[in-house]
Design a binder for this molecule. Structure first.
Ligand SMILES: [Zn+2]
Ligand SMILES: [Zn+2]
Length: 250
């Protein structure tokens, strides 16, 4: 960890001491709470259950009778496997909105802890953590990339190096819904690329992409495509929240 990251974490701890207020509802908590969430918020969140999609990791209901979610039954992905912690609902949405749009960057460390715990349940090992990049201008407006903070925290916990800036976002991707297979491919292709300044070896490496939310997987696919083209051996993606498993419209 570089001097900047250490300084950043220290400053954040000073401004927003962790484990005093619940990061979701703001009520006072003691310092034994996981992810600085109070008991009620812990219960309100839709945490991972027994069943998840074997490809993208989306949370499946106990009565759903297929190993793959509706999306993954319909089309394939560019990444090998996906993992997630919670299903996106009202409270999860509120927390992520606070994190991304209300300047509460300190939430990222707690989400990074959740990602670390989620990946501890898996046999997978990785050589490198790569946060999904934001467009340069958007990041400049927000002041931080939410995925960077989560990835740095996870790197600190796991000891796996983190490479923010390895990928760059060249343009926004179109929504994937309603696009045919070829349009989908064209839409993804070239949206992300490996930065010319990257000095991390990629060839044959096992890479874990980090993002705050997984919905259709279009962003994860676009990033995975860029990493594969650069020779990555295995690419997985972990996000804090995933969208619900919804059947395709007829
Ligand atoms: Zn709470
Ligand atoms: Zn799936």
């Amino acid at each position: 960890m570089g001097v900047f990251e250490k300084g950043f974490e220290k400053a954040m701890e000073w401004i927003y001491p962790s484990n005093i207020y619940c990061i979701s509802c703001g009520s006072i908590i003691d310092n034994s709470r996981d992810y600085a969430l109070c008991d009620s918020c812990m219960q309100r969140f839709h945490w991972l259950g027994e069943k998840t999609c074997q490809k993208c990791g989306k949370i499946l209901s106990p009565d759903y009778r297929n190993p793959l979610c509706w999306d993954c039954r319909t089309f394939d992905h560019e990444f090998d496997r996906g993992f997630t912690c919670v299903q996106y609902g009202l409270y999860e949405r509120g927390l992520l909105m606070d994190y991304k749009y209300r300047g509460k960057a300190y939430i990222g460390r707690k989400l990074g802890d959740a990602l670390y715990d989620r990946m501890s349940l898996e046999e997978e090992t990785f050589d490198l953590l790569v946060p999904v990049p934001m467009h340069r201008k958007k990041q400049a407006r927000r002041g931080y990339n939410q995925a960077d903070i989560m990835a740095r925290r996870m790197s600190r916990r796991s000891g796996i190096p983190c490479a923010p800036g390895l990928l760059q976002r060249r343009r926004e991707t179109l929504p994937m819904k309603g696009l045919g297979p070829f349009e989908r491919y064209e839409n993804l292709r070239g949206a992300f690329s490996v930065s010319p300044q990257n000095h991390y070896p990629i060839e044959g490496k096992r890479i874990l992409l980090i993002d705050d939310i997984y919905t259709t997987g279009s962003t994860a696919d676009a990033c995975s495509l860029a990493l594969r083209e650069a020779g990555a051996g295995r690419v997985c993606v972990v996000s804090f929240a995933c969208g619900a498993n919804i059947p395709p419209k007829q």
